[in-house]
Design a protein around this ligand. Sequence first.
Ligand code: AR6
Ligand code: MG
Length: 305
Amino acid sequence: MESEDQFEGCVLGLALGDALGAPFEGGAVERLLWRLIGTTRAGEMRWTDDTQMSVDVAESLLARGAVDADDLARRFARSYRWSRGYGPGAARVLKKIAAGQDWQLANRSVYPEGSYGNGGAMRAPMLALFYARRPDALLEAVEQVTLITHAHPRGVEGALLVATATLLSLRQADPLEILLAAGACSRHVEFTRSIDIAATWLAAGVLPKPRQVAAELGNGIAAARSCVTALFVALSFADRPFDEMLDFVTRCGGDTDTLGAMAGAVWGARRGKAGLPLEKLRRLEQASRLSTLSRALYSGRCAAA
Ligand code: AR6
Ligand code: MG
């Protein structure tokens, strides 16, 4: 049975992975910008859109008792701030929703098929927490929440993968089993090919260099080029310290904040808050708000059972 500490570990692990990954994201310009805005006035590490959208998902689920896409779309739009580093397409979609457009139109207004970015997957762990005691309802809920901003089938596929892996990490299943069971949600070859490679490495106990992991599994903003990478790293470091996992994430390069958020959530769901580096947690923006939210999700999941 999963514990409250694991729920807290998942939420805080996501935020910590996001905040610690953010300074390494993108090229020289992005890194310079984050050096300017990546710290609060109180000297805490700021998190990005990954954590903000996760907070929005959790707060909406708790307020409404289930997925309420209209409510959540409004919350996403209200929370939008450019300084959180949202993806360019997501930013445009959220501004349209804020201006009154129905999310069902806005979500295909930038790309006709919808976004295949990893913005749906990065917030999916919250659904695994809320539906931990009702796993049969999880996949449909993940799809509904993802569609609000990421209507492309690959955007949804990434979210299903990350949510399923988070659920199984809460149950502390074997890492290879987690990867294979989560991978069973995958249909598109862009995902299944990466799952096969990652499963071969995990089964053999092989941890290639970060550069090779990034080259083979990806480190980009597309869900199909980051979700399996994050899972592989989280599962490879399942029994090792969080800091070592995060160091590996940052050396993978690319979309390091979202790789860190997804890997941090999956790792934290297994190891709990007790496994997270305390000194870094003390410097995390709004850590107590996140802890309170995780405890509400924990009791919410009991009430929902
Ligand atoms: N066709 C072409 N390009 C696309 C498509 C598509 N259907 N979908 C996505 N892209 P976006 P996110 C490209 O903007 O997924 C932040 O740092 C396009 O270049 O929906 O919410 C977050 O923290 C688009 O701008 O954002 C994540 O790390 C990009 O993919 C990351 O950005 C991202 O899709 C993605 O966030
Ligand atoms: Mg981000």
